[in-house]
Design a protein around this ligand. Sequence first.
Ligand SMILES: Cc1ncc(COP(=O)(O)O)c(C=O)c1O
Length: 394
Amino acid sequence: MNNRANRGAPADFVARHVRELPRSGIREFFDLVQGQPDVISLGVGEPDFVTPWHIREAAIYALERGRTSYTSNLGLLKLREAISRTVQRRFGVTYDPRREVLVTVGVSEALDLALRAVLNPGDEVLYHEPCYVSYSPSVALAHGVPVPVPCLAEDGFAVRAEAIAARLTPRSRVLVLNFPTNPTGGTMDRAGLEAVAELARRHQLLVITDEIYSELTFEGEHVSIAALPGMRERTIFLHGFSKAYAMTGFRIGYACGPVDLVEAMMKIHQYSMLCASITSQEAATEALLHGDPDIAAMRESYRLRRNFIVDAFNRMGLTCHRPRGAFYAFPSIRATGLDSKTFAVRLLREEKVACVPGDAFGPSGEGYLRCCFATAQDRLEEAVDRMARFVQRL
Ligand SMILES: Cc1ncc(COP(=O)(O)O)c(C=O)c1O
């Protein structure tokens, strides 16, 4: 026993790189929301739809048939085949379902596996910001160095190849992309992506593309960087079921990529996770086989709600670009003179509307607010009335 233990002081068991991780700004904010009655939450990034019935039924039927075992580490072959066909059909990229597709516990696990499989300590990972809260911590947990590349509202929150180029160093290894973007709803057109792809090829970067919102693109074609010339072999393509099929609780996603990269990810997955839940894999197979009409209906509903909330923000003087994808509005609150945390906390206290302060998505999110519009229309209308009242009082 060491001296500290002898003296009864608690030993410090937490690893340094974990202790240094900040808590998620979203979590911190939602601790405040807990227990407050009559709050309208535009905070959580989750569809307000229940998973379509035929998908839930497939899960129930699998249980009824006693399908309760482990599966292959890679996932059920019939699901991998359905993934391969869907990715080919929607994105124009071909992956071998036997060796180039790995079924994971959400995009969250897929991202973690991808980073752990490719990073050596000190490797730099570039990602556009404001971005999903997990990117920087996931890079740090994989012993990499996060390098944010700020995106601007005047570019529709697309990332400029020049901005990436300006942050390259000899340690740059990976570029993470997420279009449409959480939290901005930003998208990239083909020309912009081609410039980024050219940079990735020239500088030998591996690209990890998080396609989780791609089906929720309201205008323009969605292009995946994996489909551009020379990119398939240097891209890990991540996708999942949480957003497009309203299946967050099933915890199911997948990664596609060249054999050696999928094999490396599979090695970590087999020792840490073994496989994704078979019930969720059965449900996901049904989603891919028969879920296209569900996606179309939900997307249209989000599109109408987007139009409503973006117009409302602009009317109340909070400049808001019209997101072309995902289900988040990202209005600027700069005109109010408040910082994003103060704005969000006061809005919650004074009008009981919960939105996430933009700085939760990285320093370049300061001056903005993330408002998830996957919320019932009558709640959205009430939230917007309360926010207008709040802004007027400031
Ligand atoms: C950009 C992005 N990637 C990944 C995830 C996590 O997805 P999953 O539920 O598949 O783990 C989210 C969830 O909000 C997200 O917004």
